[in-house]
Design a protein around this ligand. Structure first.
Ligand code: HEC
Length: 121
């Protein structure tokens, strides 16, 4: 015969743990998942649009145009600068041989490409 312990009416531990977790999440929002999604979209756009025809591979370069694998390391190369360059390279490089994508590129592709390139460091 066993003596059963009186049952506790409420267990606070999981509640406290959940509350701490929520506070922790609110304090430090994790943007890495969003970044990863954008990077994937940017890489997909890079392939689909054919930037690699001139720039080669994103990781290794190998094209006739500059290697972009470290393009985000230059502090001048902000997301806005990159987006401007993709739409109108001639604003930064007057005699640029790069295609001016202008209105040919969608806002979503431009956004993803610029964000992804800014993180290529
Ligand atoms: C027809 C060839 C060609 C294509 C296609 C092309 N580029 Fe370029 N790109 C160049 C050349 C040449 C340069 C160097 C001259 C300049 O700065 O504009 C360049 C420069 C750049 C730069 C600036 C690099 C730096 O370090 O200053 C970025 C960023 C860039 N390209 C992104 C892209 C992206 C993104 C695409 C696709 C949407 C693309 N390019 C498609 C030829 C091309």
């Amino acid at each position: 015969m066993s003596v059963s312990m009186p049952k506790r009416s409420f267990d606070w531990l999981p509640v406290a743990a959940a509350a701490l977790l929520l506070v922790g999440c609110a304090k430090a929002p994790d943007t890495s998942a969003v970044d990863a999604k954008k990077d994937a979209a940017g890489r997909e756009a890079y392939e689909r649009i054919g930037c690699g025809r001139c720039h080669g591979s994103l990781s290794g370069g190998g094209g006739q145009a500059p290697n972009l694998s470290k393009v985000g390391a230059d502090p001048q190369h902000t997301v806005t600068w990159l987006a401007d360059h993709i739409r109108t390279p001639q604003t930064h490089t007057p005699n640029s041989a790069m295609t001016a994508y202008g209105d040919q590129i969608s806002d979503a592709d431009l956004d993803a490409l610029s964000a992804m390139l800014s993180r290529m460091k």
